[in-house]
Write a protein that binds this ligand. Structure first.
Ligand code: ADP
Ligand code: F6P
Length: 327
């Protein structure tokens, strides 16, 4: 009987469990035994590996996080660590490997592929920072979590005519900020792909105030500014008081949305199909509502995606022309 190893790596994302469940069930239907590797690449190196049956994955599709646990593993960044991982896979007779994670995890997966391991990757990250796929597992859930917070902040901002800067996750990708600002009726966004300087942010707020709108949401991606410095700058320049809200890890947890569960289920089944058809070194994705697969080395080499992102920003600005006068 063939053996398939599965691990989750990097930041956890809601929907990872649904992907694990899909892989285990699809593998069993092809008479493949699944071995759960606990704790990402670190767990692989440490031989933290146990059999995973369909019974073990029953009822996990609605749970956030990952039952396999995850890690950021420094040892695996070194060649010696990766060779150790390969030796462990051989020792356990694991011939197929599914890796669920983000950009960094995919780089590790590509290296394992070049070391002769049959590996397929599934994108699991709230950041949605892959160019090759429209969505990664976890993004939709995190987006909805952010929207829930935005609604609540808006209630109190409106009551007090306040402006709030909301910092969302995304690492170096502005998707969580852009999508949440569009869906949550934010007024201003600043993201790595189109970063605004402090003065531009002030002048955009000013236009809003001039048009009669005093409760304004500024949604920014993490790691771009010191949020307290930005708050102070706006307060001094515009003589208004500004609130800040860093949403933090609530964005990573929670029960996955229907979209993420379904995406994860489809991708999990596809990953097993690809492995049994003899493919390796590929990442599963979704483009125009169709499952696709692409070489791991090419996951961030697709410029057309940037065009879509910029179009979304333009859509956003349609709702936020600075000189719009409220009647
Ligand atoms: P994510 O997968 O969510 O982007 P990280 O960037 O932290 O999260 O990557 C997860 C793990 O993948 C890292 O801790 C490391 O073990 C492995 N990894 C990341 N980059 C590389 C790389 N260039 N080569 C080999 N392994 C890597
Ligand atoms: O990649 C997911 C993510 O939540 C990013 O949005 C964020 O920058 C990072 O992980 C936080 O990582 P850590 O869990 O190591 O603090």
């Amino acid at each position: 009987m063939n053996k398939l190893g599965i691990l989750t790596s990097g930041g956890d994302a809601p929907g990872m469990n649904a992907a694990i469940r899909a892989v285990v069930i699809a593998a069993q239907q092809k008479n493949i035994e699944t071995m759960g590797i606990k704790g990402g690449y670190q767990g692989l190196i440490d031989r933290n590996i146990d059999r995973l049956t369909p019974f073990n994955v029953e009822g996990i599709a609605d749970k956030g996080g990952t039952i396999l646990k995850t890690s950021r593993c420094l040892e695996f960044m070194k060649e010696e660590g990766r060779k150790k991982a390969v030796r462990v896979l051989k020792e356990f007779d694991i011939t197929f490997l599914v890796i669920i994670g983000g950009d960094g995890s995919f780089k590790g997966a590509e290296k394992l592929h070049h070391l002769g391991i049959n590996v397929i990757s599934i994108p699991g990250t709230i950041d949605n920072d892959f160019a090759y796929t429209d969505y990664s597992i976890g993004f939709d859930t995190a987006l909805n979590t952010i929207l829930d917070s935005i609604s609540k902040i808006k209630d109190t901002d409106l009551s007090h005519d306040k402006t709030t800067i909301i910092e969302v996750m995304g690492r170096y990708c502005g998707d969580l900020a852009t999508y949440s600002a569009l869906a949550g009726e934010g007024e201003i966004i600043s993201i790595p792909e189109r970063k605004l300087d402090f003065d531009t942010i002030c002048s955009q707020i000013n236009s809003k105030i001039a048009s009669g709108k005093h409760d304004n949401l500024i949604i920014i991606t993490e790691k771009m500014y010191d949020i307290q410095e930005l708050k102070k700058y706006i307060e001094e320049r515009l003589k208004i008081s500004v609130r800040t809200s860093v949403l933090g890890f609530i964005q990573r947890g929670g029960s996955p949305s229907a979209f993420d569960r379904i995406l994860a289920s489809k991708m999990g089944v596809k990953a097993v199909e690809l492995l049994t058809e003899g493919y390796s070194g590929l990442a599963v994705g979704i483009k125009e509502n169709k499952l696709i697969s692409i070489e791991l080395g090419n996951v961030n080499n697709i410029p057309s995606d940037n065009y879509e992102k910029l179009r979304l920003l333009d859509t956003f600005s349609t709702f936020n022309k600075g000189d719009q006068v409220l009647s």
